[in-house]
Ligand binder design. Structure first.
Ligand code: GLN
Length: 195
């Protein structure tokens, strides 16, 4: 399997390390041509304003949007989650609006800017070590399925169809479960396409 990571800014290498541990071939996506033959794409954490500017400049914004609308599976962490969603505290069109999830940037306030907290995953006994760095908050998951929450029930990992986002950073941990879920999503997407 070949997975692309949008590699314009942010924690690209961390995602790469985890994916390679899972035996996946990784491609850095910096230009439209890099998408050739890629079966799924990860939007890393970082700074969404910068990533957005570089995506627009490279032509990748429109291209990725079209490919994802067309069925390319995608997973966004933190800034990546923002870019795939509907952002409520920025101008219309700040995010790609690919996922009908309402999200607000830097929404934890100063006191709690960055923190670690256990995330409860559906159907999993063991909590996931959630690393939150100037994280956004999901205001309304809409029709997306909630796959992970904080202890008080706040959604932090959601999925709809071939799209998944987390407001935390599994790529900064040693826990491979969420990346594994994404790879399974990618496999499923291609199985349904074939059948
Ligand atoms: N605060 C950043 C943003 O709004 C996201 C932070 C992150 O990806 N760790 O883009």
């Amino acid at each position: 399997m070949r997975i692309g990571i949008v590699a314009l800014q942010g924690d690209v290498r961390e995602h790469q390390t985890l994916l390679e541990r899972l035996g996946v071939e990784v491609r850095w996506i910096r230009r439209e041509e890099d998408l050739q033959g890629v079966e799924g794409v990860i939007f890393p954490g970082g700074e969404s304003t910068t990533q957005r500017r570089l995506l627009k400049r490279s032509g990748l914004w429109d291209r990725l949007r079209a490919e994802i609308q067309d069925g390319l599976p995608a997973y966004g962490t933190c800034a990546g989650a923002i870019l795939l969603s509907h952002v409520t505290d920025e101008e219309e069109g700040y995010g790609m609006n690919l996922l009908p999830v309402k999200i607000r940037r830097n929404a934890w306030g100063r006191q709690k800017e960055s923190f670690e907290a256990p995330v409860r995953l559906v159907n999993e006994e063991k909590p996931f070590p959630g690393v939150f760095i100037r994280a956004p908050r999901i205001q309304d998951p809409g029709e997306a399925e909630v796959l992970g929450t904080l202890e008080d029930g706040e959604p932090v990992l959601v999925r709809k169809g071939h799209l998944m986002i987390s407001t935390f950073h599994p790529e900064l941990t040693e826990d491979l479960r969420i990346h594994q879920w994404f790879l399974k999503m990618v496999e499923e997407a291609y199985e349904t396409e074939k059948s």
